[in-house]
Write a protein that binds this ligand. Structure first.
Ligand SMILES: *Cc1c(COP(=O)(O)O)cnc(C)c1O
Length: 386
């Protein structure tokens, strides 16, 4: 079955012998009665361990990434925490792409490094030599986010995975920005894929969640054991919302990308704009690699005005259809200033080092009609000039 068909049917096959519902019920029960003491009659024991609605979602998430296993968590950061707790121990070392989601860096630095003796090296993973030279005897994981947030840089998943596997190092890819519709890191050699389902996977800005997908049986067992032991599971209702959101992932991603390119071209031609970063524009320095390792470029873009921070703030606040908000990947267009909002937990020195300027503007282009988005941008530019 093709992606769009799997996204609708896997996990929600109607049970004709029962009621024949074409969508799975939201199983709210916290526990399941059994006929005999020794065994759970239908396999279900307790909802933290195996809720049927969540299991349906986990099956669907797995097949969409071409993976054997999927696990759903209460947030993207819960998924990350679970993964680190399952696979690392104190004294281990992580190599990570320096330009990561701010919350991921906070989790790594303030919790795992400070409190649990996990050491970290942040590098520019677009440079393979830097990746190779940063590996130590105790390196357990290479953590990649590609494309990165908000600078939309990408790294070569295939080459880094080859390098890592020579030394038995696990490669994790945060695939939130492109979704499995446009990029499947496991097929490029990565070991584990992770998402904040809060973003494109759910797509409607109404449920916080996360997931992990992988093929390795032993690692899956450890992750599942940790999921049940730690308990940061996705709720049945949120699982239902994500199952519902996923049905339109393909059609949404195509629409995000179409609008993304239209808005990027529009911004490029405005005299007030200094630079536009969009993966799908030939001007992007890594356009060729992007075209090789993913089948599309998504709906995220960043840009800078020929203006200072105050004017950039005013521009963003003057927009009417674009909501000024953190997060991304929903059907509605959002805009924000990373240095003040999503990436405020990263120190100014670090932001400077990775090239994230204070006035950079990040946009999650939604699937509204592009004419309305452009009209909104037009009026905000006009106000800036007055
Ligand atoms: C939002 C986000 C996360 C964190 O996910 P939450 O669901 O907010 O906990 C991790 N990685 C990326 C790339 C994100 O955009």
């Amino acid at each position: 079955m093709k992606f769009e068909t799997r996204a609708i049917h896997v996990g929600e096959e109607p049970n004709i012998d029962h009621t024949g519902d074409v969508t799975i019920p939201i199983h709210l029960a916290s526990t399941y009665a059994r006929k005999y003491v020794d065994i759970p009659t239908k396999g279900h024991e307790y909802s933290r361990s195996d809720n049927p609605t969540r299991l349906a979602l986990e099956r669907r998430l797995a097949v969409l990434e071409d993976a054997k296993y999927g696990l759903a968590f209460s947030s993207g950061l819960a998924a990350e925490t679970n993964l680190l707790l399952a696979l690392l121990k104190s004294g281990d070392h992580i190599v990570a792409f320096e330009d990561l989601y701010g919350g991921t860096r906070r989790l790594f630095d303030k919790i795992f490094e400070t409190r649990f003796d996990i050491s970290l090296t942040y590098i520019d993973a677009t440079n393979l030599d830097l990746v190779e030279n940063s590996l130590q005897d105790n390196t357990k994981l290479i953590w990649l986010e590609t494309p990165t947030n908000p600078l939309l840089r990408i790294c070569d998943i295939r080459k880094i995975s080859q390098l890592a596997h020579q030394k038995g190092i696990i490669v994790v890819v945060d695939n939130t920005f492109l979704s499995p519709y446009f990029q499947k890191p496991l097929n490029l050699g990565a070991d584990i894929v992770l998402h904040s389902t809060t973003k494109y996977i759910n797509g409607h800005s109404d449920a916080v969640g996360g997931c992990v997908m992988l093929n390795n049986d032993k690692k899956f067992e450890r992750l599942q054991f940790t999921q049940n032991s730690v308990g940061a599971i996705m709720s049945p209702f949120d699982s239902y919302l994500v199952l519902r959101g996923l049905k339109t992932l393909g059609i949404r991603m195509r629409a995000h990308q179409k609008n993304g390119l239209i808005i990027a071209e529009y911004l490029k031609n405005r005299k007030e704009v200094q630079q536009v970063i969009y993966l799908g524009m030939r001007e992007h320095p890594q356009y060729v690699l992007a075209s090789e390792q993913s089948s599309g470029y998504g709906g995220m873009l960043s840009f800078e005005l020929n203006a200072d921070l105050e004017l950039s703030k005013r521009f963003v606040e003057n927009l009417k259809i674009f909501a000024t908000a953190e997060s991304l990947g929903g059907v509605e267009s959002l805009i924000e200033l990373p240095a003040i909002m999503t990436h405020a937990s990263i120190s100014p020195e670090e932001r400077n080092k990775i090239g994230l300027s204070d006035s950079l503007i990040r946009m999650s282009v939604g699937i509204e009609h592009p004419d309305d988005l452009i009209e909104d941008l037009d009026q905000a530019f006009e106000k800036l000039n007055n």
